[in-house]
Design a binder for this molecule. Structure first.
Ligand code: ADE
Length: 248
């Protein structure tokens, strides 16, 4: 997969792209990330990329010419790759959106800065807009890093066979079950017996139940869109019953 990132601050990406899984993905040839400095497409000698907004008001707006020239230069003849603007105005990024993006061979991410980008950039070249949550960052760079990370780990061959991305929190529509490793007892807190039993069926059932319990406790909204088996629905009903106020 190839991801092109257009930014005014290419060096912000140095750390995340040169460590751990993203580094290995690039070494293995599974992921190519190309960084493009929008300023290289400015046309004046001061390399200006922003200007004051028409109509007044504070802040600076990214000008259309350098940004559109940058996108068109990077995109080349390939008009099939999504051109995604990172902005708090976009649709909210979720695991579902990560899966959708991971299905593309190429993505172009455009990092906005200042108060925003000239509206005509949207009209000319942007095909999608994504927000990583209901808060405002100083620019799209950190959001782009979040997207690269979440998408890259879904590329086939990225994760070891033993911890498939399909079992993650959110991939199953549930919060993940609790994890334990050695030692079996830590400060008098013991690992649940079932995990030491060697009974894979029992372990699986326990994990699924605990995932349902956690989701009920922390993100009950997620239970509205997950499919549960008959026994699982009873388990959930028991959780709800235990939590219900005592009836007189
Ligand atoms: N740029 C500024 N805030 C953002 C957000 N929440 N998501 C994506 N891009 C942004």
């Amino acid at each position: 997969m190839q991801i092109d990132i257009l930014t005014l601050f290419p060096s912000m990406f140095d750390g995340p792209l040169t460590e751990s899984m993203l580094k290995r993905a690039q070494e293995k040839g599974l992921l190519t990330v190309r960084l493009h400095d929008i300023r290289d497409h400015a046309t004046d000698k001061h390399r200006t990329v922003d200007d004051t907004p028409y109509g007044g008001g504070g802040g600076m707006v990214m000008m259309p010419e350098p940004l559109v020239a940058a996108v068109e230069g990077v995109r080349g003849a390939d008009e099939t790759a999504p051109v995604i603007l990172l902005t708090p105005q976009g649709r909210v990024f979720t695991q579902q959106v990560a899966r959708e993006l991971a299905a593309h061979p190429r993505l172009i991410l455009v990092c906005g800065r200042y108060e925003g980008v000239d509206e005509r950039v949207r009209q000319a070249v942007i095909t999608d807009e994504i927000s990583i949550g209901d808060f405002v960052l100083t620019g799209g760079e950190l959001a782009a890093m979040v997207i690269v990370d979440a998408v890259a780990r879904l590329i086939p061959g990225m994760l070891g066979a033993r911890w498939g991305a399909e079992e993650d929190s959110h991939a199953m529509g549930l919060i993940e079950y609790p994890h334990y490793t050695r030692p079996p007892v830590f400060r008098e807190m013991a690992v649940p017996d079932v995990l030491l039993s060697g009974d894979h069926g029992a372990v699986e059932a326990w994990r699924r139940r605990e995932a349902i319990r956690r989701t009920w406790q922390r993100r009950p909204d997620m239970l509205l869109s997950v499919e549960l088996g008959g026994a699982e629905r009873w388990f959930l009903a028991d959780l709800a019953e235990a939590d219900a106020p005592l009836r007189g």
